[in-house]
Design a protein around this ligand. Sequence first.
Ligand code: PAF
Length: 283
Amino acid sequence: MKILTAPDELQQTCLEWRARGLSVALVPTMGYYHDGHVSLMRHAREAAQKVVVSLFVNPTQFGPGEDLATYPRDPERDAAIAESNGVDLLFMPSPEDMYSPAHATWVEVPELSRTMCGLSRPTHFRGVCTVVLKLFMLAQPAIAFFGQKDWQQAAILKRMAADLNVPTAIRTCPIVREKDGLALSSRNVYLTQEERAQAPHLYQSLRLAAELAASGETDARRLMTAIREHWKTYLPKAQEDYLTIVEPDSLAPVETLSGPALCALAVRLGKARLIDNMLLKTA
Ligand code: PAF
């Protein structure tokens, strides 16, 4: 596995691969790998002849007071995991490599970014779109892989790619969960033992809503009330950031379920901000 830190070397390598007729799949990541990342790498391995993984804790997607400085990092272990999953090139730039002091260009999808996670993280998706478009320009991938845990992120990136005629197909892969249902996240390390024991109730509450929807409940407000009641009982220390039921592509709020709808949530549990989601299917 090749490891590069210089953006122009990544671009050069990928251009050479393309010139030789080799397709490239990209997996953008911020590192501290878990099985969710490994699943993305494996999907990428099956989809293209060359797999590029970027490992970059992107400062522009963190707001003031967020966990940029403490975000978990273990680049050596990450490199070993990438290599053992068939990655051809690991791109590990520094912030200075990615952003020159003169950097002044931002990519934004305002309509989809103002809601859900964007309510408490107003500049987050601008940072995500900007860095992902930069990575697309560097690696020129035919296909790129993202996790469905970050559903809003994927919806925004799909909109960005369509609007800007980006020649990269965006694929999402299912959420990978612990045995007890907690969605894997690099930030789960922030949980204390007690919080970790309670955290799977986020998944349980989504399942409860999915079961209610499957058995005929179509009122989004009643579904969310059931979720909040569950939290009151089993996650007393969780602080709701948001809970919503939306149309899966447009992210527009749904009042009455008449087709597939996405139930999405973010809560703060101690030092961790946890997100999760589930598609609800009507009876
Ligand atoms: O999902 C993430 O890990 C990040 O938001 C991404 C897509 C790698 C951009 O920094």
